[in-house]
Write a protein that binds this ligand. Structure first.
Ligand code: NAD
Length: 365
């Protein structure tokens, strides 16, 4: 891979390769853009097939974080890290403390958090070596599990979609298909049913479906049919790539708004297919930004109410995106990318008003 050529194409500022033979740590930290603030993004541990695959993943994910923070109005840049290897074999205290030292060496340009295969306990080891870590246990002043705030943001995002597409101020009496009854899907089902929506639910794990049926009166449906139900809202809360050539023709809803990451298998193609079918799509990185908003709040001194209030602002963010999309005749993803890029560019191009005349001789003495 021609690394600098790749970085020039993606706009990355800095990529750090971290190697420690004693613990077996091999990690890559990618800082995409720090125009708006320090680059914040989770650390993912994965047994990648190759180093190129790990690099591609961290570059893609860190760029996504720049857009997510920018469109959500946060003073953060985009970054991400990946640790290469089998979590079952490699994880221990020294391993994560060493990773923490690498993070610390960047002096706050990158702030880490949990992602796939990383637990709060791992981040607590990282926190022994650096203050540049978020998402640590709520008992020690951190924000803890982000999924209730993520789900609260998704709920408010669904309300924005319903307002824009159906002209309604509430989900009361509407039908919603929730695909995936994990952490986000379960909290989302609770919020939806509390406001009077009828929820249909499906998950690979039948115990999780049983939980939402018994706790919130959801109705269990076939895993393979959940996306094609004739409902007001389809809310993907499990897998990525769920909006594709096969599923989009089968959709019988006019709104897709859910918490899952990377819902569009091919961003440009499948966003256009949804638009052609008259389906309103809430860009995933916008509607599921509650988790990032939650850890951002931790940097200011964690306040759960403030995090929820800020996550509720996803309503206004989406209304703005839908308006831009309608006015410009572009997809909602194109509209949100544009809003993010405009914000970054306007801050990047700010006039420098600091005194930089020192030592210059043109001032009359
Ligand atoms: P989770 O692991 O708690 O739940 C995911 C659920 O999806 C599991 O119950 C799993 O059994 C189910 N599932 C997997 N494959 C499925 C399939 N084919 N059909 C139906 N169900 C299936 O994860 P989570 O934290 O609830 O996250 C859900 C989604 O939201 C993920 O895409 C995640 O990346 C995204 N997300 C989560 C957060 C957060 O704060 N947790 C933040 C942003 C984005």
């Amino acid at each position: 891979m021609a690394i600098f050529e790749t970085l020039a194409g993606t706009g990355h500022e800095q990529v750090v390769f971290c190697n420690d033979e004693a613990t077996g740590l091999k990690a890559i930290i990618a800082i995409h853009d720090t125009t708006l603030g320090p680059a914040l993004g989770g650390c993912r541990m994965w047994d990648y097939g190759s180093e190129e695959e790990a690099l591609e993943d961290v570059l893609r994910l860190s760029r996504g974080m720049t857009y997510k923070a920018a469109v959500s109005g946060l003073s953060l840049g985009g970054g991400k890290s990946v640790i290469i290897g089998d979590p079952k074999k490699l994880k221990n205290e020294a391993f994560f403390r060493t990773f923490g030292r690498f993070v610390d060496s960047l002096s706050g340009r990158y702030i880490t958090a949990e992602d796939v295969n990383i637990r709060v306990k791992d981040m607590e080891s990282v926190a022994l070596e650096t203050p540049y870590v978020t998402g640590i246990n709520s008992r020690v002043g951190g924000s803890g599990d982000p999924s209730p705030v993520t789900a609260w943001g998704v709920f408010n995002g669904i309300k924005a979609s319903v307002k824009h597409k159906l002209g309604k101020d509430s989900v009361n009496g509407l039908t919603v298909a929730v695909q995936g009854c994990g952490a986000v899907g379960t909290f989302l089902t609770e919020f939806l049913t509390q406001e009077g929506a009828k929820v249909f639910a499906a998950d690979l794990n039948q115990d999780k479906v049983k939980n939402v049926v018994e706790s919130f009166g959801a109705e269990a449906v076939d895993l393979n049919k959940i996306h094609s139900l004739p409902v007001d809202v389809y809310a993907p809360c499990a897998l990525g790539g769920i909006l594709n050539d096969n599923t989009i023709p089968e959709l019988q809803t006019t709104i897709v708004s859910g918490g899952a990451n990377n819902q569009l298998l091919d961003e440009a193609k499948h966003a256009a297919m949804l638009k052609e079918k008259g389906i309103l799509y809430a860009p995933d990185y916008v509607i599921n930004a509650g988790g990032l908003i939650n850890v951002y709040q931790e940097l200011q001194g964690y306040d759960a109410d403030a995090a929820r209030t800020k996550a509720a602002g996803i309503f206004d963010t989406l209304i703005n995106i839908y308006k831009e999309s309608d006015e410009q005749g572009i997809t909602t993803i194109q509209a949100s990318n544009k809003i993010a890029e405009d914000r970054i560019n306007s801050v990047r191009n700010m006039k420098d008003l600091r005194n930089n005349f020192e030592g210059q001789l043109w001032i009359n003495q």
